[in-house]
Design a protein around this ligand. Sequence first.
Ligand code: CNA
Length: 282
Amino acid sequence: MSDFVFDENGDEVVLKKRTQAELEAGIAELADILGYTRRGVFFGGAGVSTESGIPDFRSQASEELAEELFGLPPEILLSIEFARKDPVTFHRYIREHIIDTAAKPNAAHLALAKLEADGRLAAVVTQNIDGLHQLAGSQNVYELHGSLQRNYCEGCAAKYSLDWVLDPANCREPDQVVPVCPKCGGWVRPDIVLYGEALPENAMLGAVAAINDADTLIVGGTSLVVYPAANFLHYFKGHTRVLINLGPTGYDSHADLVISAPIGEVLGEVIDQVPPRNTSET
Ligand code: CNA
């Protein structure tokens, strides 16, 4: 288990020593909490996928890379205004730096899928757009910012897979990065929420209902600085709040248990310690 946490600004790495005993106590407490959890909800973000090799936004590397290669921060490159103005650069950026077809679910994704299958977790609410929760086996996933796995034509709403949009043969000449609908000639765009766009209503309603009904809320791998997603935590009325995050967040002081460690390592260890559910339970 790592002994380091990252500073929330993402500029520097803070070497914060944790004792192994503190960490183990946190993991044991989380296993106890999950032992009595029946309608838990996990609310997460980019930090859940960093252990799958997908960088988060707060990391220095992501910001610098976008600035260095494109002269713009991710928030601009991923805005609807920019995507319409310069679709070639937009698609180059997401192809080269956002889409990662090789990424696999890590121990956090797998543990969350198991907790759902075991009847402890009712839903995963994610700000991620990588689709790794579903790949790990989670069924009830609310994707607040959509998914790169889905694509649709702005003109006629025809749907296309990720493989289809990545095939240069389906993209406009001469750059062959902007996918074009063969049915109507419209722009085929990723079904993700770009900066400047509203969140999908179905995902929002489902997420709010699940959080509102949850007995335990586990928040992890998110800086909680992106709104309105971060506001959803206010709907929680249950008994236990847990935070698993490398860097400090505005939720630290609200949580009953805070674990500052890599979430894949934490959930990967916790899952083996959660007591089995009594099969006669309803
Ligand atoms: P963020 O603002 O980048 O914050 C990530 C947080 O996770 C930070 O507080 C980190 O300290 C923490 N963190 C990083 N790695 C770990 C780890 N292994 N264990 C525990 N904590 C960790 O990301 P948010 O999700 O809060 O911001 C929301 C944006 C980022 C959404 O719009 C996403 O769509 C977008 N995003 C998504 C992905 C993805 O789909 N994988 C990747 C990058 C950005």
